[in-house]
Design a protein around this ligand. Structure first.
Ligand SMILES: [Zn+2]
Length: 293
């Protein structure tokens, strides 16, 4: 299923694949790389969704936690920043490559925070009472007052999933987008079965573009650090793809005929092994036609 392409793009993209099949994950092969963003905030790149760590006088909290198998490496990387265990874990959405460490961190004393729909979906997956579930869940927004920062967790409806949260560190001028932003040079994975939609992604991205500055540091769910210009490029690409898809849907009607017409072909973008063009085309089709089965 994974193409052994050598480009950085494919390497990053295939890390997302492992998200979806953690059984293939060999923790010993994964290096956690820490990048400092400001005095208190770091981003940790490993396998799965990018982790942000907020470290300060009161302790540490993190945004997303990748996979359970990586928890020892993640904890070790966090310990280099601060000796205290994580007090809180914020989940940007329910996917396993962002919530896989929840149980391990919860059992070490952290309180997991996420949108109500993340709680609902993890409850369906792991059962009531599981330590994978958030202990605190919210609807539209929530603010975490810790380490002198007032981190705003803001829900964007039906974007990558139905439980996405973007985390704004206003004082630090940093934002964590979760998987609303795949910074891999291609189109996003829109989890239609998880309540996501193309228009929701576009709305969320535009809303963040409108609320940040040119110098705001943007942490994507996957891929390297970015900024407002990167978000604009991403938004433009998705908008272009949406237009091509709508034209093809109008002309060809059925999914089979649209796939045959290959409307996204002219974009000439690279696709990950786990998210080939046919799958992106299908997800965009289902989202844009409202056919979610
Ligand atoms: Zn995701």
């Amino acid at each position: 299923m994974i193409n052994n392409r050598t480009s950085r793009l494919a390497a990053l993209a295939s890390s997302v694949l492992v998200a979806l099949s953690s059984a293939t994950l060999h923790a010993e092969e994964v290096q956690i790389k820490t990048q400092k963003l400001d005095d208190n905030i770091y981003v940790l790149f490993g396998r799965g969704g990018n982790i942000a760590a907020h470290v300060g006088e009161q302790g540490t909290y993190i945004i997303d936690d990748q996979f359970a198998k990586l928890a020892p490496q993640i904890k070790a990387a966090l310990k280099e920043l601060n000796p205290n265990a994580a007090e809180f874990v914020i989940n940007t959405h329910y996917h396993g490559d962002h919530t896989g460490g929840n149980e391990v961190f919860a059992q070490a004393g952290a309180h997991v925070i996420a949108h109500h729909n993340v709680h609902k979906r993890l409850q369906e997956k792991h059962g009531e009472g599981s330590d994978f579930l958030p202990r605190l869940s919210f609807g539209q927004d929530m603010t975490l007052h810790f380490n002198g920062e007032h981190a705003r967790l803001v829900h964007f409806a039906h974007a990558h999933t139905d439980g996405d949260a973007v985390v704004f560190f206003d004082d630090a001028n940093i934002v964590h987008m979760g998987d609303i932003y795949f910074n891999l040079g291609g189109l996003p994975f829109v989890d239609v079965d998880g309540g996501g939609s193309v228009d929701g992604v576009l709305n969320a991205v535009q809303s963040v573009i409108d609320s940040i500055g040119d110098d705001t540091q943007v942490i994507p769910g996957h891929g390297p650090m970015s900024n407002k210009a990167g978000l604009k490029t991403y938004h433009a690409l998705i908008t272009k793809a949406k237009g091509m898809m709508l034209d093809a849907i109008k002309q060809h009607k059925t999914l089979e005929a649209v796939l045959e017409a290959d409307p996204l072909g002219p974009l000439e973008i690279e696709y990950a092994g786990w998210l080939p063009k046919e799958r992106v085309t299908t997800l965009f089709y289902r989202s844009l036609t409202g056919e979610i089965n």
